[in-house]
Design a binder for this molecule. Structure first.
Ligand code: F3S
Length: 457
């Protein structure tokens, strides 16, 4: 069949999509990008916050039109919205042929077969254990970086978050499987691995009895071909000494940490069900910066959590000003049905949430610009992402930039570079979120590293 695949939501969901695509293509199905050509359409949905749900629903409805008239004879809805509103989707959208839950995406071929036989199906396995994935997934990121999902689920139960209900309890993927997956990706040209999970910091605690992210990282560093390893979604209270040490000592691990804190006020943090105090956050950040002076810290915040006062918002502004996160994202609080916080009194109006979000973002823009200007003159390794012909510049990223969420490095050069090349560049200018610079050396450091590795064996 010709299959159109729409993947919404986060990078963890994208990994699930790639596993489904891998299964589909291994059975001879062909991926297409034109709705009018597609004989089957799969929408892998998100249900994190209100806007994400809306986007998911509008994609399903739009695709339902192609199911009504056109070549499409099979419409499948998977992912978080499917997990949460399974029956509603089947009842209210007759064009949908199959609904698959978040722990059942390995049944994508079953859904296609049932649909081919004219049957509607609901495939929902319990949120325990892990899907049965094939070794090879179909990579959609462009080839030189890829996400490695090291665990599924979360049991922190922050009071605003619906994800534990959609994804179940925390389950680590066994280390051998991850190493095999990463080795396969490296053999296909992946040079940067981005470790993701709802929470990466406690990797291994469930299956090995203790936090083992540092061990996994060390082993991933041994894979030839991998140049950078980046870790996202670290809970501040779970950062531990061996993890800091391995980040500091292993040259392949980017000095970059995504550390979502959500707020800094103790009362708000407590009502959010977070497990840190403001002082503990300061201590963790100070320790990270003491041990790894060039570490880039990314965080995310929520504005307008129920009961948040003007004073608490001001406190967060001061915190952002003082801590100077290198990267920062701000969400407005979205009350999610089925979460404790949605029932809390003193819900904040949307306008205030947006105003507070704007204030924090404007402040961060200044912080970010100042941080950027401090880099002028520095030489940095950058990876080439693409080319902007009218600017005669290459779009690149440094270790400080996660694809899709952080800034870019615009590299001016007349040399011919390819996407995925690692080169050395000098920073000559800064904008709010991006850097500009010139080429220092266009050699591919990876080959040198591989040669050195081969020699050392
Ligand atoms: Fe959305 Fe599910 Fe990811 S809710 S953010 S796709 S885990």
């Amino acid at each position: 069949m010709k299959i159109l695949f729409i993947s919404l939501g986060c990078d963890k969901n994208l990994v699930d999509s790639e596993h489904m695509l891998g299964k589909l293509s291994s059975r001879g199905h062909v991926v297409v990008d034109d709705e009018t050509e597609a004989e089957a359409i799969v929408v892998n949905t998100c249900a994190f916050i209100h806007d994400a749900k809306e986007e998911s629903v509008s994609n399903i409805l739009e695709m339902a039109e192609y199911r009504k008239d056109g070549k499409c004879r099979c419409l499948i809805v998977t992912g978080c919205l499917a997990e949460r509103y399974r029956q509603e989707i089947l009842d209210e959208i007759p064009e949908v042929d199959a609904v698959i839950g978040t722990n059942s995406y390995d049944e994508i071929l079953t859904a296609i077969e049932s649909c081919d036989q004219g049957e509607r199906s609901l495939i929902m396995k319990p949120l325990t254990g892990l899907p049965d994935n094939e070794k090879k997934r179909l990579m959609t990121t462009g080839g030189h970086y890829e996400y490695l999902k090291i665990a599924e689920g979360c049991e922190k139960h922050c009071t605003y978050c619906i994800i534990p209900k959609l994804r179940g309890k925390f389950r680590s993927v066994p280390m051998e499987e991850l190493l095999e997956e990463a080795t396969e990706m490296a053999s296909q040209g992946v040079r940067e691995l981005i470790l993701v999970a709802q929470e990466t910091t406690i990797y291994g605690k469930d299956i090995y009895g203790e936090k083992s992210l540092h061990i996994l990282l060390k082993k991933l560093c041994e894979i030839p071909g991998i140049r950078w390893i980046r870790v996202l979604y670290c809970y501040p209270e779970e950062i531990y000494p061996e993890l800091i040490q391995v980040m500091r000592d292993e040259p392949k691990i980017c000095h970059y940490l995504d550390l979502p804190i959500q707020h800094c006020n103790d009362t708000v943090l407590k009502r959010m069900g977070r497990r840190t105090t403001k002082q503990e956050l300061i201590d963790i950040i100070t320790e990270l910066r003491r041990q790894i002076p060039d570490i880039v810290l990314r965080t995310s915040l929520i504005t307008g959590f129920p009961g948040e006062t003007e004073e608490q918002h001001e406190e967060m502004m001061e915190f952002v000003d003082e801590i100077e996160f290198d990267r920062l994202g701000v969400f407005t609080y979205s009350p999610e049905e089925g979460t404790p916080a949605a029932e809390f009194p003193d819900q904040i109006d949307e306008e205030t949430k947006l105003d507070w979000q704007d204030e924090i973002l404007s402040l961060q823009q200044e912080v970010s610009y100042d941080n950027g200007t401090k880099r002028i003159g520095q030489e940095l390794d950058v990876v080439v992402e693409g080319y902007v012909p009218n600017e005669n510049a290459y779009v690149c990223r440094t270790y400080a930039d996660t694809p899709g969420v952080d800034g870019y490095f615009f590299l001016n050069t007349d040399e011919t570079l390819n996407s995925g090349d690692f080169v050395k560049a000098r920073v000559t200018g800064a904008e709010e979120y991006d850097l500009i610079g010139d080429l220092v050396e266009a050699y591919d450091m990876l080959e040198e590293e591989v040669a050195a590795y081969e020699k050392s064996k």
